[in-house]
Design a protein around this ligand. Sequence first.
Ligand code: GLU
Length: 421
Amino acid sequence: MSSLHELDTPTFRLAVAQFDEAAELMGLDSNLRERLKFPQRSLVVSVPIRMDDNRVEVYTGYRVQHDSSRGPSKGGIRYHPDVNLGEVAALAMWMTWKCALADLPYGGAKGGVAVAPKQLSRGELQRLTRRYAAEIFPLIGPEKDVPAPDVGTDAQVMAWIMDTYSQQVGYAVPGVVTGKPLSIGGSLGREEATGRGVVCVIQEALKHLRIEMGHTTVAIQGFGNVGSHTARIMYESGAKVVAVSDVEGGIYHAGGLDIPTLLAKYKGTGQTLADTKLGDCITNDELLQLNCTVLVPAALSEQITDRNAPKLNCRVLAEGANGPTTMGADRILQDKGIFVIPDILANSGGVIVSYFEWVQDAQRFFWKATDIQERLNDLMTSAFQRTLQFATTKRATMRIAALMIGIDKVAKAHLHRGLYP
Ligand code: GLU
């Protein structure tokens, strides 16, 4: 990478390497290739907040818009100590391809603050969120750039951003964020949407591979929003969820974990997974190597590397997380014949229902839960089938197929609009 060295981090290099591989195969116009490698616009902000003990602490925040040729840019806001400009730029690029692949009229963006949110009080978290929202105010808006939850943020954080934005303009603007509480224009089904989408594409993959749901075992790395809803819906669909984990480690039960009991004992209780005593303790590394039908990484990026990929023992890898697999690992998985459902396809349920939320906010007309589930299933199933067909006819991997479909839609938008001025 010759320029923009401030983006040069492992996650950004991964996103660019994937893009380069797909761009090369599709013979993408070289001018466009240079443009799409880097973000359209990046903002770095200082976020000073008054702590409860009266000190002032200054955090660093980011908002990166990778592309807006097809519509407002869209993407979550991450609160995590390791957030940096390169990671946010990579996640923004993946949002561009994800939205294009799902046929949503959006570009891609991402934001974040380098902070450990669990170490803040509720008051500190609210002040951090409001100051961050005020700092990125010039960039966001329902027609410009629409944030949503990501790792470390939730509906309450979105509500504070919505309120801060609305206070500045003087009236309620629900459509400035998605993933909000229902009381201020949120959508039914948004919270579980990413998990529901992951399950939908797993079902499609199993059908393709002629494996019955009732004969399926699942291991899930990460038990936050994506992992926990994936676990619950897989369990409800008749699969055996044999292992789950969070940052502190995981639990394993060969006969299948009792997910409803696990959720009741774990969510909001402060207990660790091990505390629930519903399975034997395992490490995150052991979880990734379990013999299972479906492995779902639903935590952070670069978890499956060329070090542990040779030891993976699953038939299907469904990427709930963004960027969980490195380039080296990807090649190993291909050689092993593991069916990979790539992140920009597997976890697109979240942004799809975000799109439904934004449409409902614009219409001031709200849909039933069954309509949302049905439309989510429709969009995800057709994106899966399109990707599978492309991969089969072009003899490409599912990842490269998904990227090529997404990149091609963005390229067409750029070519039709032309270069300004
Ligand atoms: N943060 C989610 C993602 O990575 C959702 C983004 C959105 O809903 O805008 O896809």
